[in-house]
Design a protein around this ligand. Structure first.
Ligand SMILES: O=C(O)c1ccccc1N[C@@H]1O[C@H](COP(=O)(O)O)[C@@H](O)[C@H]1O
Length: 204
């Protein structure tokens, strides 16, 4: 079954809605974003979550020591990197890593395969933005992509389009941030959209 991560969580209620609806993971943004959260807020939410939910911290070119400290403090299970972090940076983290690559007109499978991460995430390239763009890329570019690590699809996914995206790309998992928010309110999740997104992926 395709796994679901609900990202950009900023409050306990949305985290619990995601968990109850069947999310496999939730994400916290520790980078410039309307969804940015402080480590202490994320830590409080992590403590309220039930077991078997993966807690993921999202960072963009943050100092290694900062990432390690936040991961330790919040009890994060995985780190998602959305910047230009080098393979050495990734190896030095000593944690499970999801590395995001931003897709424009093409995908270079060699670039993805060479990176020492536990999973590869494909997001949409939008100049000047590192993630959370709400823009999909051409999913046909990722159709049939064979990688040695699990592939996570992201970028502009919504409850309405995720079923088609999954059928084309057949990823290990999907990740959504802005597509399950209240209209025009970045950072505020819509419980109904969270439930419909997860149901669309898992057929629940
Ligand atoms: O969500 C953000 O604001 C964000 C900011 C900086 C880096 C990553 C971010 N989120 C990740 O971006 C993708 C796509 O998000 P969206 O569904 O298109 O809004 C996803 O992997 C989020 O985890």
């Amino acid at each position: 079954m395709v796994r679901v991560k609900i990202c950009g969580i900023t409050d306990i209620s949305s985290a619990l809605t995601a968990a109850e609806a069947g999310a496999d993971a939730v994400g916290f943004i520790f980078a410039p974003s309307p969804r940015r959260i402080t480590p202490s807020q994320a830590c409080r939410i992590c403590r309220e979550l039930p077991p078997f939910i993966t807690r993921v911290g999202v960072f963009v070119d943050a100092p290694l020591e900062e990432v390690r400290a936040v991961a330790e403090y919040c009890g994060l299970d995985a780190i998602q990197l959305h910047g230009s972090e080098s393979p050495d940076y990734c190896r030095s983290l000593g944690r499970r890593v999801i590395k995001a690559f931003r897709v424009g007109d093409e995908i270079d499978p060699a670039e993805l395969s060479d990176y020492p991460a536990d999973a590869i995430l494909l997001d949409t390239f939008v100049a000047g933005q590192k993630g959370g763009t709400g823009q999909p890329f051409d999913w046909q570019l990722a159709a049939g992509l064979k990688l040695s690590r699990p592939l996570i699809l992201a970028g502009g996914l919504t409850p309405e389009n995720v079923g088609r995206a999954v059928s084309i790309v057949q990823p290990y998992g999907v990740d959504v941030s802005s597509g399950v928010e209240k209209e025009g309110q970045p950072g505020k999740k819509d419980p109904d959209k969270i439930r419909r997104f997860i149901a669309a992926v898992k057929g629940l």
